[in-house]
Design a protein around this ligand. Structure first.
Ligand code: NAI
Length: 251
């Protein structure tokens, strides 16, 4: 769902914006009138169809190949894209990975990879984007955390640590940047139908569904609606909050 005109004249960065939740957010923003900078891990040509669809809403869509966990790459490539498009109003830190395993068997590599892509990436992008928002004295930063960062999950201590870290980071940035007119909030999705959850074993999926009051998985578009709200002036007095989008998960 989108609201035409809601983001007219705004430019948004969405990391990992060509599939899953990131794509749904990019689509909702484009439908609301925003210009977009979306990042992909591969050559943007490989996502030509998705990019064309986003452009069909009639606004500018710049797609850049970017590894968000690489600070130097983010500083140069993302800053260059913003310079070319003249500023940014909204940043959605959506890119994320899982490398699941019980703590006792988890490799150091799996720990480091998840912390880097799911947490350090937000440091990389936010530090790059903030000077542009400071110049405008406004901005909305939306970090995609997870209910796992709030409640933990066996087999996901690396992911839970990263997503909990993202919440702590967001609350701190909200306090640092609130006085400058820049809002920072988190969305904590529950179980959403994307490539990330597709690879989960059936038994784990069924177990999750039993815990969801609405008794179904969420759609990426349902998370995108929350992002649209947080990106827009409809949430102008919301800062430093975590909004769960999980169908009511019981412990
Ligand atoms: P997905 O696997 O479809 O999308 C992840 C995106 O992150 C992809 O576009 C991928 O290219 C990008 N990405 C991965 N590594 C990257 C890197 N190093 N640099 C740049 N981009 C990179 O998964 P999904 O479900 O759409 O996930 C989106 C976000 O939502 C993630 O942060 C995930 O942790 C979070 N989330 C997902 C939930 C779900 O149930 N699907 C639940 C809670 C949170």
């Amino acid at each position: 769902m989108t609201i035409p005109g809601l983001l007219e004249g705004k430019r948004a960065i969405v990391t990992g914006g060509v599939r899953g939740i990131g794509y749904a957010i990019a689509e909702a923003f484009a439908g609301a009138g925003a210009d977009l900078i979306i990042t992909t891990t591969r050559d943007p040509q490989e996502s030509a169809q998705q990019i064309e669809h986003l452009r069909s809403f009639g606004h500018e869509v710049v797609a850049i190949k970017l590894n968000v966990s690489d600070k130097a790459e983010v500083s140069s490539v993302l800053a260059a894209a913003i310079d070319e498009t003249q500023g940014v109003d909204i940043l959605v830190n959506n890119a994320g990975i899982t490398r699941d395993g019980l703590l006792l068997r988890m490799s150091e590599q799996d720990w480091d990879d998840v912390i880097c892509v799911d947490l350090k990436s937000a440091f990389n992008t936010t530090q790059t984007v903030l000077p542009y928002m400071l110049r405008k004295k406004s901005g909305s930063i939306i970090n995609i955390s997870s209910v796992v960062g709030q409640g933990g999950n066996p087999g996901q201590c690396n992911y839970a640590a990263a997503k909990a870290g993202l919440i702590g980071m967001s609350l701190s940035i909200a306090k640092e940047m609130g006085p400058k007119g820049i809002r920072t909030n988190c969305i904590a999705p529950g179980f959403i139908k994307t490539a990330m959850t597709e690879k989960m074993p059936e038994a784990v999926v069924e177990d999750w569904k039993k815990k969801i009051s609405l008794r179904r998985a969420g759609e990426p578009q349902e998370v995108a609606s929350v992002a649209l709200f947080l990106a827009s002036q409809m949430s102008s007095y919301i800062n430093g909050q975590v909004i769960s989008c999980c169908g009511g998960i019981t412990k």
